[in-house]
Design a protein around this ligand. Structure first.
Ligand code: TYD
Length: 433
């Protein structure tokens, strides 16, 4: 697999980052402060791409002096809000990682001030992908993207492409004599990107990848599982992790076990039904494994084959711990049954929320509505906990252990940081400059 280009230069807003919310709100704030009416959405979109001060003049007909003041007010709000009011486009981290793996040099050229650009790229953990990040200094007011691109190109040779979502990006690429690919999912129109004139324009990030790679079989995605004792706070942390990964651009499929698809959800109802205390441990283990076989075949593998990030609430390790350890069927035996059920598919990353047996059970029973497994006595849950510990020791390279005794927000922060660090290592980011 090779990239068609040696250097790939990206615009920021509308290409890497979906930024309209912060921009529109800051615009309305600045205009409100100046006693001006807010423009319609169509006009507000014209502010994304060109330098701000220019747009106040060109779009709203302000005097240079008013435009300068409006820009100052806008920035006073935007600098604090830009992080929480923007997100990375879905699939961007995977795209950047793949381009780097192909040996392409990646860069950013944006009309946004340099400080803000660095701050945004660092916050979304994208900065590490780029060898060169060029923004404007506060005083530069120009529509001329070519000056920014030239700074990226200084001293570089080889095939280069600019990726951007507005006519300014297209013009800049043309002026610098480099290729251009339109980010049609951004804020420009297909016409201004040249779609009618044969310019390649990508409808989404996957389409962009296909235009940049010569032979682009979709890679295997990433498989992340979250494990822990009942009551360890898994649901809260799954919600937070899912939201954070999405905001950081990952194409997340969230699912759960037992369940995750209609057949497996029916098996879930049977296996957790409190009305069947007579269920044998082996029956239970096989039901979990058969639910899993369907889930892997129907949901997990197809998503991984599309290059998605699968985030699964429990997986094989729960069976090894609960049925192998808790029910005393033997950890190896349960692992064997599950290897057959899953075709040997194991997660790339497993997060273990370590709450300790007593704290977890206290929390679980505080909530009420225990299922058949949760109703087991504390010795059962102690055996489950011991089995998880053994698994973590044996499979330490894929496990991330997070102390789940702290307050929920701290747990979320630690969990996300550990997952992102591991993803970056897997994506090979640390091995590039
Ligand atoms: P879970 O959905 O995590 O519980 P909750 O409804 O509280 O979110 O899991 C349901 C129960 O099933 C839980 O007690 C753990 C148990 N379990 C096993 O015993 N083996 C398994 O393989 C799996 C996936 C879950």
């Amino acid at each position: 697999m090779t990239c068609c280009y040696d250097t790939v230069v990206f615009d920021l807003d509308g290409t890497l980052i979906e930024s309209h919310e912060g921009i529109f709100r800051s615009l309305m704030y600045a205009l409100g402060e100046m006693g001006c009416a807010s423009p319609g959405e169509q006009d507000m979109r014209r502010f994304i791409g060109p330098p701000l001060q220019r747009s106040f003049v060109d779009v709203l007909g302000m005097s240079e002096e008013d435009a300068r003041r409006a820009t100052e007010i806008y920035r006073s709000r935007y600098k604090d809000k830009c992080l929480e009011e923007s997100a990375v486009y879905t699939g961007i981290p995977e795209l950047l990682a793949r381009l780097k793996r192909c040996g392409a040099v990646l860069a950013v050229a944006t009309g946004k001030p340099q400080g803000m650009t660095d701050k945004i790229l660092q916050h979304f953990r994208l900065a590490e992908y780029f060898s060169c990040i060029v923004g404007t200094d506060e005083k530069t007011v120009t529509n001329d993207k070519s000056r920014l691109i030239e700074r990226v190109l200084a001293g570089r040779e080889g095939r280069t492409v600019m990726i951007g979502d507005t006519r300014f990006d297209r013009q800049g690429a043309k002026d610098c004599g480099i290729a251009f690919v339109g980010a049609g999912y951004g804020y420009g129109t297909p016409e201004e990107l040249g779609a009618d004139e044969g310019v390649p324009v990508a409808a989404d990030v996957n389409g962009l990848l296909a235009l940049l790679l010569e032979d682009a079989p979709v890679p295997r995605g990433v498989f992340i599982t979250v494990e822990g004792l009942d009551g360890c706070g898994k649901t809260t942390q799954m919600n937070a992790l899912e939201q954070a990964l999405k905001r950081f651009g990952y194409d997340v499929l969230r699912t759960r076990e037992p369940g995750g698809c209609p057949v497996s959800e029916k098996i879930r109802d049977i296996v957790l039904d409190r009305g069947h205390p007579e269920m044998l441990p082996m029956t239970e283990a096989l039901l979990y494994a058969s639910a899993r076989a369907q889930h892997v075949g129907q949901i997990i593998l197809p998503a991984l084959k599309k290059g998605r990030l699968v985030l699964c609430d429990r997986y094989v390790d729960s069976s090894i711990a609960y049925q192998g350890g808790g029910r005393m069927l033997g950890m190896d035996r349960v692992a064997d049954i599950n290897a057959y059920a899953t075709g040997g598919l194991l997660p790339d990353i497993s997060v273990y929320l370590d709450a300790g047996v007593s704290a977890a059970l206290e929390r679980r029973f505080g909530v009420g509505g225990a299922d058949r497994i949760e109703m087991e006595p504390s010795e059962f849950h102690t055996r489950v906990s011991d089995a998880f510990e053994k698994l973590i020791q044996n499979q330490s390279s894929r496990y991330l252990v997070v102390d789940a005794r702290a307050d929920a927000e701290s747990v979320t922060r630690e969990c996300f940081k550990k997952v992102m660090d591991k993803l970056r290592v897997m994506e090979g980011v640390s091995s590039f400059g």
